[in-house]
Design a protein around this ligand. Structure first.
Ligand code: ATP
Length: 250
Protein backbone atom coordinates (compact mmCIF):
# COMPACT_ATOMS: atom_id res chain seq x y z
CA UNK A 1 0.00 0.00 0.00
CA UNK A 2 1.24 3.50 -0.81
CA UNK A 3 1.60 5.90 2.09
CA UNK A 4 0.28 9.45 2.35
CA UNK A 5 3.10 11.88 1.57
CA UNK A 6 3.34 14.64 4.19
CA UNK A 7 5.13 16.88 1.68
CA UNK A 8 2.15 16.91 -0.68
CA UNK A 9 -0.77 19.33 -0.21
CA UNK A 10 -3.52 18.08 2.09
CA UNK A 11 -5.97 18.20 -0.82
CA UNK A 12 -5.26 19.14 -4.43
CA UNK A 13 -8.02 19.20 -7.04
CA UNK A 14 -7.07 19.95 -10.65
CA UNK A 15 -9.53 20.42 -13.48
CA UNK A 16 -12.06 18.12 -11.87
CA UNK A 17 -14.99 17.25 -14.11
CA UNK A 18 -17.93 14.99 -13.38
CA UNK A 19 -20.62 14.35 -15.95
CA UNK A 20 -23.79 12.39 -15.54
CA UNK A 21 -25.93 11.31 -18.45
CA UNK A 22 -28.19 14.33 -18.17
CA UNK A 23 -26.11 16.78 -16.17
CA UNK A 24 -22.62 18.08 -15.72
CA UNK A 25 -22.33 18.20 -11.93
CA UNK A 26 -18.80 19.65 -11.96
CA UNK A 27 -17.46 21.42 -15.08
CA UNK A 28 -13.94 22.39 -14.11
CA UNK A 29 -12.83 22.83 -10.52
CA UNK A 30 -9.31 23.36 -9.21
CA UNK A 31 -8.10 24.31 -5.73
CA UNK A 32 -5.53 23.35 -3.14
CA UNK A 33 -6.06 23.11 0.62
CA UNK A 34 -2.96 23.80 2.68
CA UNK A 35 -2.17 21.82 5.84
CA UNK A 36 -4.14 23.07 8.82
CA UNK A 37 -6.35 25.29 6.72
CA UNK A 38 -10.12 25.47 7.19
CA UNK A 39 -11.39 25.87 3.66
CA UNK A 40 -15.04 26.71 3.08
CA UNK A 41 -16.70 25.30 -0.02
CA UNK A 42 -19.72 27.42 -0.78
CA UNK A 43 -22.03 28.10 -3.64
CA UNK A 44 -25.70 28.06 -4.63
CA UNK A 45 -27.68 24.81 -4.58
CA UNK A 46 -26.56 22.57 -7.41
CA UNK A 47 -23.16 24.31 -7.79
CA UNK A 48 -21.31 21.00 -7.47
CA UNK A 49 -20.11 21.22 -3.86
CA UNK A 50 -21.21 17.78 -2.69
CA UNK A 51 -20.00 16.13 -5.90
CA UNK A 52 -16.60 17.75 -5.40
CA UNK A 53 -16.14 16.73 -1.77
CA UNK A 54 -17.53 13.22 -2.31
CA UNK A 55 -15.02 12.79 -5.13
CA UNK A 56 -12.24 13.86 -2.76
CA UNK A 57 -13.56 11.29 -0.27
CA UNK A 58 -13.33 8.61 -2.98
CA UNK A 59 -17.09 8.04 -2.96
CA UNK A 60 -17.67 9.20 -6.53
CA UNK A 61 -15.66 8.56 -9.65
CA UNK A 62 -14.54 11.50 -11.76
CA UNK A 63 -14.97 11.92 -15.47
CA UNK A 64 -11.61 13.69 -15.82
CA UNK A 65 -9.13 15.78 -13.88
CA UNK A 66 -7.10 14.84 -10.86
CA UNK A 67 -7.80 14.66 -7.15
CA UNK A 68 -5.05 14.00 -4.62
CA UNK A 69 -5.12 13.66 -0.84
CA UNK A 70 -1.57 13.93 0.47
CA UNK A 71 -0.47 12.81 -2.98
CA UNK A 72 -2.78 9.77 -3.06
CA UNK A 73 -5.66 9.01 -5.38
CA UNK A 74 -8.80 8.61 -3.24
CA UNK A 75 -10.14 5.78 -5.44
CA UNK A 76 -6.97 3.88 -6.22
CA UNK A 77 -5.40 4.31 -2.77
CA UNK A 78 -8.65 4.17 -0.84
CA UNK A 79 -7.40 2.35 2.25
CA UNK A 80 -4.42 4.67 2.69
CA UNK A 81 -6.57 7.77 2.21
CA UNK A 82 -9.01 6.50 4.82
CA UNK A 83 -6.19 6.57 7.37
CA UNK A 84 -5.80 10.34 7.06
CA UNK A 85 -9.26 11.50 6.01
CA UNK A 86 -12.44 11.72 8.11
CA UNK A 87 -15.77 12.31 6.40
CA UNK A 88 -19.14 13.59 7.59
CA UNK A 89 -21.64 13.52 4.77
CA UNK A 90 -24.93 15.29 4.27
CA UNK A 91 -27.71 13.08 5.72
CA UNK A 92 -25.28 10.38 6.84
CA UNK A 93 -26.99 7.14 7.91
CA UNK A 94 -25.63 4.50 10.21
CA UNK A 95 -26.93 1.11 11.24
CA UNK A 96 -30.33 1.91 12.77
CA UNK A 97 -30.37 -0.68 15.53
CA UNK A 98 -26.92 0.11 16.96
CA UNK A 99 -26.54 2.47 19.90
CA UNK A 100 -24.33 5.55 19.96
CA UNK A 101 -21.77 3.64 22.06
CA UNK A 102 -21.81 0.69 19.67
CA UNK A 103 -21.42 2.87 16.59
CA UNK A 104 -18.50 4.74 18.10
CA UNK A 105 -16.88 1.45 19.16
CA UNK A 106 -17.36 0.05 15.66
CA UNK A 107 -15.73 3.07 14.05
CA UNK A 108 -12.93 3.13 16.62
CA UNK A 109 -12.14 -0.46 15.58
CA UNK A 110 -11.31 0.76 12.05
CA UNK A 111 -8.43 2.94 13.27
CA UNK A 112 -4.99 2.33 14.73
CA UNK A 113 -5.03 5.10 17.30
CA UNK A 114 -8.64 6.19 17.75
CA UNK A 115 -9.84 8.93 20.06
CA UNK A 116 -11.24 7.59 23.35
CA UNK A 117 -15.01 7.15 23.09
CA UNK A 118 -15.55 9.58 25.98
CA UNK A 119 -13.64 12.29 24.15
CA UNK A 120 -15.77 11.80 21.03
CA UNK A 121 -18.99 11.91 23.08
CA UNK A 122 -17.76 15.07 24.79
CA UNK A 123 -16.89 16.81 21.52
CA UNK A 124 -20.39 16.39 20.13
CA UNK A 125 -22.24 16.45 23.45
CA UNK A 126 -23.85 13.02 23.21
CA UNK A 127 -22.97 11.55 26.60
CA UNK A 128 -26.62 11.45 27.61
CA UNK A 129 -27.52 9.46 24.49
CA UNK A 130 -24.83 6.81 24.56
CA UNK A 131 -27.27 3.93 25.01
CA UNK A 132 -29.80 5.23 22.47
CA UNK A 133 -30.18 3.44 19.15
CA UNK A 134 -29.39 5.47 16.04
CA UNK A 135 -33.00 5.32 14.81
CA UNK A 136 -34.20 6.86 18.08
CA UNK A 137 -31.91 9.90 17.90
CA UNK A 138 -33.28 13.23 16.70
CA UNK A 139 -32.04 14.56 13.34
CA UNK A 140 -29.69 16.94 15.11
CA UNK A 141 -28.30 14.18 17.34
CA UNK A 142 -27.73 11.95 14.30
CA UNK A 143 -25.90 14.84 12.66
CA UNK A 144 -23.70 15.36 15.73
CA UNK A 145 -22.92 11.66 15.88
CA UNK A 146 -21.84 11.79 12.23
CA UNK A 147 -19.45 14.64 13.09
CA UNK A 148 -18.09 12.65 16.05
CA UNK A 149 -17.58 9.58 13.90
CA UNK A 150 -15.71 11.66 11.29
CA UNK A 151 -13.27 12.64 14.07
CA UNK A 152 -12.85 9.20 15.69
CA UNK A 153 -9.67 8.29 13.80
CA UNK A 154 -7.82 11.57 14.62
CA UNK A 155 -7.88 12.44 10.92
CA UNK A 156 -5.46 15.06 9.64
CA UNK A 157 -7.99 16.04 6.97
CA UNK A 158 -11.75 16.24 7.52
CA UNK A 159 -14.63 16.77 5.10
CA UNK A 160 -17.73 18.23 6.72
CA UNK A 161 -20.76 18.57 4.44
CA UNK A 162 -23.48 20.72 6.00
CA UNK A 163 -21.94 20.61 9.46
CA UNK A 164 -24.73 22.24 11.43
CA UNK A 165 -27.76 22.29 9.12
CA UNK A 166 -30.84 21.55 11.21
CA UNK A 167 -29.14 22.01 14.59
CA UNK A 168 -30.50 24.36 17.22
CA UNK A 169 -28.34 27.38 18.19
CA UNK A 170 -26.85 25.71 21.29
CA UNK A 171 -25.92 22.55 19.41
CA UNK A 172 -24.43 24.62 16.57
CA UNK A 173 -22.17 26.49 18.96
CA UNK A 174 -21.14 23.24 20.58
CA UNK A 175 -20.18 21.70 17.24
CA UNK A 176 -18.31 24.86 16.23
CA UNK A 177 -16.30 24.69 19.47
CA UNK A 178 -15.47 21.05 18.74
CA UNK A 179 -14.20 22.02 15.29
CA UNK A 180 -12.24 24.97 16.69
CA UNK A 181 -10.58 22.66 19.22
CA UNK A 182 -8.97 20.65 16.42
CA UNK A 183 -5.46 21.96 15.87
CA UNK A 184 -3.45 21.43 12.72
CA UNK A 185 -6.32 19.63 10.99
CA UNK A 186 -7.17 20.55 7.40
CA UNK A 187 -10.92 20.96 7.05
CA UNK A 188 -13.09 21.20 3.95
CA UNK A 189 -16.36 22.66 5.13
CA UNK A 190 -19.38 22.72 2.82
CA UNK A 191 -21.93 25.15 4.15
CA UNK A 192 -24.79 27.46 3.24
CA UNK A 193 -24.49 29.28 6.55
CA UNK A 194 -22.46 32.43 6.15
CA UNK A 195 -22.10 32.94 9.93
CA UNK A 196 -20.53 29.48 10.13
CA UNK A 197 -18.19 30.20 7.23
CA UNK A 198 -17.10 33.52 8.73
CA UNK A 199 -16.51 31.99 12.13
CA UNK A 200 -14.62 28.88 11.05
CA UNK A 201 -13.01 29.37 7.66
CA UNK A 202 -9.59 30.81 6.84
CA UNK A 203 -10.43 30.89 3.14
CA UNK A 204 -13.30 29.99 0.86
CA UNK A 205 -13.76 28.56 -2.62
CA UNK A 206 -17.00 29.79 -4.14
CA UNK A 207 -18.43 27.36 -6.70
CA UNK A 208 -21.08 28.32 -9.21
CA UNK A 209 -22.43 26.08 -11.96
CA UNK A 210 -19.62 23.62 -11.57
CA UNK A 211 -16.79 26.15 -11.71
CA UNK A 212 -14.73 28.18 -9.22
CA UNK A 213 -16.29 31.64 -9.26
CA UNK A 214 -14.04 33.19 -6.61
CA UNK A 215 -11.46 32.18 -4.03
CA UNK A 216 -9.95 33.96 -1.04
CA UNK A 217 -10.52 34.97 2.56
CA UNK A 218 -14.06 36.06 3.49
CA UNK A 219 -12.67 39.61 3.91
CA UNK A 220 -11.14 39.54 0.44
CA UNK A 221 -14.45 38.49 -1.13
CA UNK A 222 -16.21 41.31 0.66
CA UNK A 223 -13.55 43.85 -0.38
CA UNK A 224 -13.63 42.66 -4.00
CA UNK A 225 -17.36 43.12 -4.28
CA UNK A 226 -17.69 46.11 -1.96
CA UNK A 227 -20.31 44.11 -0.04
CA UNK A 228 -20.92 44.73 3.68
CA UNK A 229 -21.33 41.03 4.48
CA UNK A 230 -20.25 37.68 3.12
CA UNK A 231 -23.86 36.94 2.19
CA UNK A 232 -24.02 40.10 0.06
CA UNK A 233 -20.66 39.24 -1.53
CA UNK A 234 -22.09 35.81 -2.36
CA UNK A 235 -25.13 37.44 -3.99
CA UNK A 236 -22.93 39.88 -5.93
CA UNK A 237 -20.78 37.03 -7.27
CA UNK A 238 -23.47 34.45 -8.06
CA UNK A 239 -26.72 36.40 -8.42
CA UNK A 240 -28.33 34.08 -5.88
CA UNK A 241 -28.74 33.81 -2.12
CA UNK A 242 -26.80 31.02 -0.37
CA UNK A 243 -29.91 28.93 0.36
CA UNK A 244 -31.89 29.74 -2.79
CA UNK A 245 -32.87 26.83 -5.01
CA UNK A 246 -31.23 26.80 -8.40
CA UNK A 247 -33.21 26.86 -11.58
CA UNK A 248 -30.60 24.84 -13.31
CA UNK A 249 -29.68 26.53 -16.55
CA UNK A 250 -26.71 24.27 -17.17
P1 ATP B 1 -26.65 21.50 -2.76
O1 ATP B 1 -26.17 22.78 -2.19
O2 ATP B 1 -28.08 21.58 -3.20
O3 ATP B 1 -26.34 20.29 -1.93
P2 ATP B 1 -24.35 21.02 -4.50
O4 ATP B 1 -23.63 22.28 -4.78
O5 ATP B 1 -23.80 20.14 -3.45
O6 ATP B 1 -25.88 21.33 -4.18
P3 ATP B 1 -24.30 18.71 -6.20
O7 ATP B 1 -25.13 17.89 -5.27
O8 ATP B 1 -22.86 18.41 -6.29
O9 ATP B 1 -24.47 20.26 -5.87
O10 ATP B 1 -24.96 18.62 -7.65
C1 ATP B 1 -24.48 19.36 -8.77
C2 ATP B 1 -25.37 19.10 -9.97
O11 ATP B 1 -25.19 17.75 -10.41
C3 ATP B 1 -26.85 19.25 -9.72
O12 ATP B 1 -27.44 19.83 -10.85
C4 ATP B 1 -27.33 17.83 -9.50
O13 ATP B 1 -28.68 17.71 -9.90
C5 ATP B 1 -26.40 17.05 -10.42
N1 ATP B 1 -26.16 15.69 -9.88
C6 ATP B 1 -25.58 15.39 -8.71
N2 ATP B 1 -25.52 14.06 -8.52
C7 ATP B 1 -26.10 13.49 -9.62
C8 ATP B 1 -26.36 12.15 -10.03
N3 ATP B 1 -26.01 11.11 -9.26
N4 ATP B 1 -26.98 11.96 -11.21
C9 ATP B 1 -27.33 13.01 -11.99
N5 ATP B 1 -27.10 14.30 -11.65
C10 ATP B 1 -26.51 14.55 -10.50
Amino acid sequence: MRDPNPLEPAVAVRNLRREYRRAVAVEDVSFVAAPGEVLGILGPNGAGKTTTVETIAGLRARTSGSVRVRGLDPRRDRAAVRRVLGVQLQNARFHDSLTVDELIALHRSFHRDPRPADEVLEMVDLHAKRRTRFERLSGGQQQRLAVGIALVGRPEIVILDELTTGLDPTARRRVWQAIESLTGVTILLVSHAMDEIERLCDRVVLLDRGRVRAEGTPDLLKARTGAPSLEEAFVALTGRRPDEDAEDER
